[in-house]
Design a protein around this ligand. Sequence first.
Ligand code: DGY
Length: 324
Amino acid sequence: MPLRFLITQRLPPVAKELLVRQGEVTEFSLDRPISPEELVEAGRHCQGILAMLNDRFDSAMLDKLSELRAISNYAVGYNNIDIKQCSHRGIGVSNTPDVLTDASAELAWALLMATARRLGEAEQCVRQGKWAGWGPMQFLGRQITGKNLGIVGGGRIGQRLARMATGFDMKVAYVGRQAKQELERLGGVRMELKALLAWADFVSLHVPLTEATHHMIGHGELALMKPTAVVINTARGSVVDEAALVDALERKTIFGAGLDVYEFEPRIADRLLQLPNTVLLPHIGSATVETRTRMAELAAENLIAMVQGRRPRCPVNTELWEPG
Ligand code: DGY
C-alpha cells in the first residue's frame, strides 16, 4: 500500500512536490482552515498529516485517525496538538522553528513601530479622505529611540527582536527561565515579570502557549504598566487575558496594543475592533514568501522522516526517537 499524506491547507508547492515522491497526497486547497469533519474525512486513511496551527488534534480527533503515524505542524507553536496523547499512541509530532525567526521578529518590530506611531489610525484618516492638512498636534505617538524594551520569553524570536532594538539605542530586559547569552551580550538584563512590566515602555510577548503562560498578562499585570506603555503580542492570543487588555485600552491605563494573535481567533472581540489605540493584524507573523516556502520544505521533510520511522529535524515529542 502506498503511503498517504494530507496537507490541510494550500501551501507553497514545494511541500507537495516532496511528498508526492513518497506516496499519495491530498492537498486541501481552499484558502480557509479545514473543518474537523473535513479533517476526519480526508485524514481517515492517512499515515502523515501536514497540519496548520488551527487544526485541532485532541484525543477525540486522534481516535478517528487510526492510521496516523505523524503530524508535521506548519508552525513553531504546537498548542493545537495534544502532545501527550500523540506520544501515547506513538504518533510523531514536529514543528518548524528557526526558519521563521526573522520574519516573526520583523513583524513584532513592525507592530511595535506602527502602534507607537499610531500608523493604523493615521492611515485610515488619509484613506477616508478626512485629512485636512498638516497639524502640529495630529497623531502624536510615542518615541521609540532610547526607550526600554521588555521581552517576555528569551527564545530565538525574542533574541532577534532585541538585536533590532539595539539599532534604536533601546535598553533591553527580558523574562526567561534561564539567562540567555545572546541577550546578555546585547546588554539585556534578566528580570522578573512584574519588575519588567513596571520598567518597560514596550512589552513584546514571545512565549509559547502552555498552561503556565495562559493569561500570563491579565488585569494585575496590566495595572503594573506605565500609562505610556505599548503591548505587542505576536505569540498566541491566550497568553493575554483579552478582556483585561480591552479594559486597560478603553480606560487608557496603557498607551496601545499591537496584536497579531487573539484569544478566540479568528473571532475578534467587538470592543477591541472599536479601539483606535490598537493595530490589529490577522496572524501574519511568519507570512513572507521566503519564510513560508522554507516552512513548507521543512514541514514536508519532517513528515517524510517521521512516517519512515526516522527522527525528524524538528521533533516535538522527542521521547519517541530516544533509543531504548
Ligand atoms: C507559528 O509558527 O507558531 C506562527 O504563529 C505562525 O505564523
